[in-house]
Design a protein around this ligand. Sequence first.
Ligand SMILES: [Zn+2]
Length: 71
Amino acid sequence: MPMYEFRCRECGARFEELRGLNEPDAGVECPKCGGGRVERLLSSFATSATSAASSPSGSSSGGSCGPRGFS
Ligand SMILES: [Zn+2]
């Protein structure tokens, strides 16, 4: 289940909420003020974190394997 970032239009607080793809934004309440007027933000940080976590392991394994094969 993907995690989305929301921002409260009442107090401006930002928080994360687990939401299903078919679940509407309705029902999401601000944990700070309890307001229901929230907007979903683009969760670009989630995709960047996933790619950053997967790329170092892949590049390190490939880098260690390459030089050994040549020498
Ligand atoms: Zn709020």
